[in-house]
Design a protein around this ligand. Structure first.
Ligand SMILES: [Zn+2]
Length: 305
């Protein structure tokens, strides 16, 4: 009897935590293993803690983070745990990551709060074909008429993403190294596969105070818990690649990947732009590469007779 009630309590808690509209990412958090553990710069991480850090609570995923200017013509318009970036140009704007479809009105509100028009979004880009980053693409396209561009290797996964039965719009297929230019701003699509086949890291340059800065918007570098040989090869290449990118400002598709909370608090205090922080550019790569190697070591150990 005691065991039964324990289970009931557990089920009740799971329902509370996940809510009625539990999505795969939240379910994934609950199912993530708490091993291996890696320590990077004094902080210990497990697959479970990394996903919890990335996703936060259901409320964190939908509550807007205060919209703000990051650097030059790049702004943050996402929620507490799902990044969405607006790049403003004289010929219209670029949005990176629509996130969940239910977040699109929130993103639109953040864009307007900054003094821009949501309808001025001409191009919609994404970091990778997972629902928490690109589920809202069809709705953004519907609301703005933006041209949707996607990395070729992520196209099949995007096409399978159909919120409410809507087709996922793809107007232009991009290839590694391709440039997306609007109103004098160029974003370069860099294939950093592993987390998804077409995971895309965006690089651009931003001007501030008479200087030019290299901005890197990372795709997630998180390895699957059981990487296949193909994914292992992709991630090996991706880490090497990410480490070779010139970087002054590192951003990521989850704010925790670049310590947004801490940097935003500094931004509010005034002083030098806290997002210009070359020293922290590889922090996320260090964490994810350490975890990747720990997962491989576990895999190897399990495979031994
Ligand atoms: Zn993902």
């Amino acid at each position: 009897m005691k065991k039964m009630s324990k289970w009931k309590r557990f089920t009740f808690l799971v329902v509370i935590v996940l809510g009625p509209s539990a999505n795969p990412s939240q379910a994934q958090t609950a199912g993530q293993p708490d091993h291996p553990a890696v320590t990077v710069q004094g902080q210990t991480y497990t697959p479970r803690s990394i996903l919890a850090r990335n996703m936060g609570t259901a409320e964190d995923q939908t509550t807007p983070f205060p919209p703000h200017k990051i650097i030059g013509n790049i702004y943050y318009v996402g929620t507490r745990t799902l990044s969405s970036f607006l790049v403003v140009t004289p010929q219209g704007n670029i949005l990176i990551n629509s996130t969940y479809e239910r977040n699109v009105p929130t993103i639109a509100k953040s864009v307007e709060q900054l003094g821009f028009r949501f309808s001025d979004i001409k191009i919609l880009l994404g970091t990778h074909a997972h629902g928490d980053h690109q589920e809202g693409d069809a709705l953004v396209k519907h609301m703005t008429g933006a041209q949707v561009m996607a990395m070729a290797e992520d196209v099949p996964a995007l096409q399978a993403m159909k919120p409410g039965g809507k087709e996922h719009p793809i107007d232009k297929v991009l290839h590694d190294g391709e440039e997306v230019t609007l109103g004098g701003t160029t974003l370069v699509a860099r294939l950093t596969a592993g987390h998804t086949r077409g995971c895309t890291t965006w690089t651009t340059k931003a001007q501030e105070g008479g200087r030019t800065y290299d901005v890197v918007i990372h795709c997630s570098l998180r390895s699957p818990n059981a990487p296949t040989p193909a994914v292992i090869a992709e991630l090996n290449r991706t880490f090497e690649r990410v480490r070779s990118l010139p970087c002054d400002v590192q951003l990521g598709d989850h704010p925790a990947q670049y310590n947004l909370q801490e940097k935003y608090a500094k931004l509010r205090q005034g002083g030098p732009n806290p997002f210009i922080d070359p020293a922290s550019c590889l922090r996320e790569a260090d964490i994810q590469e350490a975890m990747f190697h720990a997962l491989l070591a576990e895999q190897q150990k399990a495979g031994q007779p």
